[in-house]
Design a protein around this ligand. Structure first.
Ligand code: SF4
Length: 422
C-alpha cells in the first residue's frame, strides 16, 4: 500500500507505483514500484531494497525536467538525456540517450557528468539523504524504517554489492546485447557460458577465456545467489541476460533449463512488470549448430527471446581486416538463416550487428546493403539490424549522416548499437 509523508522539507512516498510495462515515450516513465523522496531541489528514487536507483535535480542548473540519472545494479550511473529529441529515436530506437561514465562507441551526446549539478548528485546524494533524515522527527514507523534501511546502503555498500554480483556470475558483464534496450537494461545476468569462439582482432569487449559452458549445478548456485542478491526488488524485474559473449553456444538443454528455472526462481509470474524477456548473444557458429527442435522448444518457453549475432560484414576484405575468422559466404548464409528463424518463431527475434566506421574497405557497405535491402521485397518488422561504430569516444556527425542514409535504404528496423556494460 502506498504511504505518503509530507513535512516542511520533503515529501516521501513509499511503494509508489510506476508503469507496469516498458514503453517508448518522449517523456520518462519509471517502471515498477519504488520509494520517492522529493525536496525543493532534488528527487531521489529507491528500489524495494532501499538502494538508490534514480535521481534528478529540480533547479535551474538541471538541463531538462525530462532528464534523469539512473544507477544500475552494477553501480554505474547513467545520465539519460533527451538529446534535444532531434534524431535520437531514429538513431537508437529509444527517446533517451544513455550517457555513460566509461569509454564506449556512442556517436551522439556530450559529457553531462562534467556538469556541476549532475556531479553534485552523483557524489553527494548520500549526504543529502542523511541530512533529510536527520532533520525529520516523529516519523511514522514505515517511513522511519525506510530511511534507516536506505541509510545502510551507502555508496561503499552499493559498490560492494555490485562486486558481489559480479562474483556470483563469474565476472563483470563487459557488454550487453543491444536488444536489452527493450527493458532499459534492467535485467538479471545469469552466466551460462564464458568466452567466445573467434577472439576477433577488432573487438574491444572480449575476454581471454577460452569458450566454456557452465554446468547445471553452477547455474543452480548462481540462481540462488542472484535470488538472494536481488531480494525484495525481484518483483521489479522481468528479464534475464544469459551471458556472456556466446550464450547460444551453451548446451541446448542447459539453455532451456536456465530459462525455465530463472522464470520460476525469480518469480517472474508475480513481477510488477508485464511480459518476460530473455536476452543473449550468439555467433555464426552457434546459430548454425542449433537444431530446428531447439528453436521449437525455445519458442514455447516463457518470454520473448532476443538473440543477437555479430555478423560485422558480408565483405571478405573487411572480415579479414577485422580479424573475424569467418568467410563472407558464412555471413550471407547466416543472415538468411536468421530471417528463416524470425519467420517461423513468434517468440524469438534474432538480431544482427554490422560494423560502422571510417576506413573500411569500399565493398563493406554495398555488400551489407545486398543483405539488408536486396534480399527482401518488403519492409520487415523483425530482425533488427544494428550498426556498431568501431571507434570509441568519437561522436561523429558525418558517421551519423551515413547511418541515416543506410537506415533509409534498409528493409529492417535499423539502429545504432551503443555498447553498454553491466
Ligand atoms: S566480436 Fe564477439 S566473437 Fe568476436 S571477439 Fe568480440 S565477443 Fe568474441
Amino acid at each position: 500500500m502506498t504511504t505518503r509523508y509530507v513535512s516542511d522539507i520533503c515529501r516521501i512516498t513509499l511503494d509508489k507505483k510506476g508503469g507496469s510495462r516498458y514503453s517508448k515515450m518522449s517523456f520518462p516513465i519509471h517502471c515498477g514500484h519504488f520509494t520517492e523522496i522529493e525536496t525543493d531541489s532534488i528527487i531521489l528514487h529507491f528500489n524495494l531494497n532501499g538502494e538508490i536507483i534514480r535521481a534528478r535535480g529540480k533547479g535551474m542548473e538541471w538541463t531538462h525536467p525530462h532528464e534523469w540519472l539512473k544507477r544500475r545494479c552494477s553501480n554505474d550511473w547513467v545520465y539519460y538525456s533527451t538529446g534535444g529529441y532531434t534524431g535520437v529515436f531514429e538513431a537508437t530506437g529509444e527517446y533517451y540517450l544513455p550517457n555513460l561514465q566509461y569509454p564506449t562507441n556512442n556517436m551522439l551526446g556530450g559529457d553531462p557528468f562534467a556538469g556541476s549539478e549532475v556531479h553534485r548528485i552523483v557524489n553527494q546524494w548520500y549526504t543529502i539523504l542523511s541530512e533529510i533524515s536527520s532533520n525529520l522527527t516523529d516519523l511514522p514507523e514505515p517511513i522511519h524504517a525506510f530511511l534507516q534501511n536506505s541509510l545502510t546502503n551507502s555508496p561503499e555498500v552499493l559498490a560492494r554489492k555490485a562486486r558481489n554480483l559480479f562474483s556470483y556470475i563469474d565476472g563483470r558483464v563487459s557488454v550487453l546485447p543491444p536488444d536489452a534496450r527493450h527493458v532499459d537494461y534492467n535485467l538479471i545476468p545469469l552466466t551460462v557460458a564464458k568466452g567466445c569462439l573467434y577472439k576477433c582482432k577488432f573487438c574491444r569487449v572480449k575476454n581471454s577465456t577460452p569458450f566454456t559452458t557452465k554446468s547445471k549445478s553452477e547455474i543452480d548456485t548462481q540462481l540462488s545467489q542472484l535470488k538472494e542478491h536481488f531480494n525484495n526488488d525481484l518483483q521489479n524485474y522481468n528479464a534475464v541476460y544469459l551471458g556472456d559473449h556466446d550464450g547460444l553456444m551453451a548446451n541446448p538443454d542447459l539453455l532451456h533449463y536456465s530459462i525455465e528455472e530463472s522464470y520460476n526462481i525469480f518469480g517472474f509470474k508475480e513481477s510488477f512488470l508485464e511480459g518476460n524477456f530473455i536476452f543473449m548473444f550468439g555467433s555464426v557458429t552457434s546459430l548454425q549448430n542449433c537444431s530446428e527442435q531447439f528453436f521449437l522448444k525455445l519458442d514455447k518457453l516463457p518470454g520473448l527471446k532476443y538473440i543477437n549475432i555479430g555478423l560485422e560484414s558480408a565483405d571478405q576484405e573487411t572480415l579479414d581486416l577485422l580479424g573475424k575468422p569467418l568467410t563472407a559466404a558464412q555471413i550471407k548464409d547466416t543472415f538468411l538463416l536468421v530471417q528463416d528463424i524470425n519467420e517461423k518463431h513468434s517468440n524469438i527475434e534474432v538480431t544482427v550487428n554490422f560494423v560502422h566506421g571510417d576506413g573500411l574497405p569500399e565493398k563493406h557497405y554495398p555488400s551489407m546493403l545486398e543483405l539488408i535491402r536486396d534480399t527482401q521485397h518488403h519492409v520487415k518488422p523483425k530482425g533488427t539490424v544494428y550498426l556498431s561504430p568501431l571507434k570509441f569516444g568519437a561522436p561523429s556527425r558525418k558517421r551519423l549522416f551515413e547511418f541515416n542514409r543506410l537506415k533509409v535504404l534498409s528493409r529492417f528496423p535499423t539502429y545504432l548499437y551503443i555498447i553498454q556494460r553491466l
